[in-house]
Write a protein that binds this ligand. Structure first.
Ligand SMILES: Nc1ncnc2c1ncn2[C@@H]1O[C@H](COP(=O)(O)OP(=O)(O)OP(=O)(O)O)[C@@H](O)[C@H]1O
Length: 269
């Protein structure tokens, strides 16, 4: 294979998710209009945009929970609409999702919550499932006794970690996190971001993070995509965001709070 072709082939393999020309609307109102976005293997992509811009709609569309009017979604190189049932199942098993507000089942313990995807996709003996779930609980930094607790007995930060443990239950290749640090105090949020970076580094994970959290965007995300005017307005590094002249990007990334964070990041040793 010629070198350029091999490089292109490698490039394709490195793209975990490719959304092309996605249009989604409800009752005639267009929310996403021919939006395109790629996510590369091993990166933490921060997806940001004004409230109501359509971030959750895109996430739900990628996950097959919303109908789209046009466009294609390829996950791991496979067009999900063309995939056979077996291919689709294999793809689904490689995705982990942490929905907004954690969305744990309140009637189940943390251990049982983490086991939900295992029960859905795998047929494992109970003892093995318990061991695997305990490993995930440890992986996200929860103490072993959290396993027996119900969501109502946990702090906000612990709920997020438990939800992350559930998202990681099947050792996915990509996790989708919908505003994972919302509602957390700044210290718990920073700890959660550190955990996400550590998991990406150790598990070779790709992370798609919908967030409003400037701290996360500054410290955890490798690349940022901004949703505006129904498509991806700008994408690039935090430095690219700081240079952008798009009005929304400018006020978001160069507002007072952003400037303080930028200064703090520069002053770090
Ligand atoms: N199932 C649906 N039916 C009708 N309208 C919907 C549906 N889902 C989302 N919308 C609309 O799509 C728009 C985008 O919503 P979405 O939740 O994606 O915004 P968002 O960018 O995630 O906002 P936020 O940052 O506040 O979470 C909103 O106007 C919302 O009311």
């Amino acid at each position: 294979m010629p070198a350029t072709e091999a490089a292109r082939d490698q490039d394709q393999q490195d793209i975990v998710l490719s959304a092309r020309d996605i249009t989604v609307g409800f009752s005639g109102k267009i929310i996403l209009d021919h939006l395109s976005l790629d996510i590369r293997r091993g990166e933490i992509l921060g997806f940001v945009g004004a409230s109501g811009a359509g971030k959750s709609v895109l996430l739900r569309t990628i996950l097959g929970l919303n109908r789209k009017q046009s466009g294609t979604i390829r996950l791991f190189g496979v067009d999900v609409e063309q995939a056979s049932d077996v291919e689709r199942l294999r793809i689904d098993m490689r995705l982990g999702v942490l929905f907004q507000h954690g969305a744990l089942f309140s009637a189940l313990t943390v251990l049982e919550n983490v086991q939900v995807p295992m029960r859905e996709y795998l047929d494992l003996p109970k003892k093995l499932m318990n061991e695997l779930a305990m490993l995930k609980i440890e992986l996200v930094g929860l103490p072993p006794d959290a396993a027996r607790k119900y969501p109502s007995e946990l702090s906000g930060g612990m709920v997020k970690r438990a939800a992350l443990a559930r998202a990681l239950a099947l050792d996915p290749d990509i996790v989708f996190l919908d505003e994972p640090t919302s509602g957390l105090d700044p210290i718990s949020a920073a700890e959660f971001d550190e955990l996400v970076v550590k998991l990406r580094d150790t598990m070779d994970l790709t992370v798609y993070m919908v967030t409003h959290d400037l701290d996360s965007l500054f410290t955890a995300c490798d690349r940022i995509a901004v949703l505006g005017n129904k498509k991806v307005l700008v994408e690039g590094t935090i430095e690219d965001m700081m240079k952008s002249d798009e009005p929304w990007v400018k006020s978001y990334f160069r507002g007072k709070r952003a400037r303080q964070l930028d200064l703090a990041a520069r002053e770090q040793p």
